[in-house]
Design a protein around this ligand. Structure first.
Ligand code: CA
Length: 231
């Protein structure tokens, strides 16, 4: 993760950079607002630590420049100014957070972590093995582009097998995940076998390659090849 520090006080800038580097960030330092803008024009940063009071173009000027540029990295504004008005001015100018000098480096790092915390990636909504696909959003299942109609339980079972494609799964794993059955005294093995048989008929019949395999004495396996059975 790459951070730009724009701070004219060399001692503070260096201390921040050392702190970031020791926390495994990459950091560049600009000592004026104009130099900072040059860095921002030439390189992509994950966040900017921006001092408000800078010679020439000040922090607010840098924020204004960033705002007119469209996509901007999150900005943590540093300042000795600590009135409510100043905070409002800073945040209104487009700073994402605000830290009053003097500050503890632990707090700087915590703010930076919060600013750079990315929105979680959208989970992969489609599961696939060979020509079999299952869409968790639309709940459409198809093999070789032909739709397969499944009951809700068969769908959940297939989703589980596809999530573990290439691995052998046991009946108790299926009971826990698909049937939400944690009480081991309720044997579901026969029920699971019946469902797997039906599912296999829907998924594999008419296709040269079998995708759902029974591993004798162990469980099931989803994949193009026959699984290696542990001896
Ligand atoms: Ca300053």
């Amino acid at each position: 993760m790459k951070i730009l520090i724009i701070e004219d006080e060399i001692k503070i800038a260096t201390a921040i950079r050392d702190c970031l580097v020791s926390a495994s960030y990459q950091a560049d330092v600009a000592h004026t607002g104009d130099a900072g803008i040059e860095f921002l024009t030439e390189q992509k940063y994950d966040a900017v630590i921006l001092d408000w009071m800078l010679p020439g173009c000040d922090g607010i000027g840098v924020l204004e420049w960033l705002r007119h540029r469209g996509a901007k990295p999150p900005v943590l504004l540093l300042t000795a100014k600590d009135s409510v008005e100043d905070r409002v001015t800073g945040l209104d100018s487009g700073a994402d957070d605000y830290l009053v000098k003097p500050f503890a480096f632990a707090e700087l790092l915590a703010r930076l972590r919060a600013l750079t915390r990315r929105t979680p990636a959208i989970p992969h909504l489609q599961l696939q093995t060979a020509d079999l696909t299952l869409d968790l959003n639309t709940r459409v299942v198809s093999r070789a582009k032909a739709e397969i109609i499944l009951t809700p339980r068969e769908f959940d079972l297939l989703a589980f097998l596809l999530r573990h494609a290439g691995e052998i799964v046991s009946r108790s794993m299926i009971a826990q995940d698909v049937w939400r059955e944690t009480n081991r005294s309720t044997p579901l093995d026969n029920v699971i076998d019946v469902h797997v048989t039906r599912l296999r008929r829907k998924v594999d019949s008419g296709h040269a390659t079998r995708l759902i395999h029974t591993v004798r004495g162990v469980g099931f396996y989803c994949g193009e090849s026959t699984p290696a059975v542990p001896s």
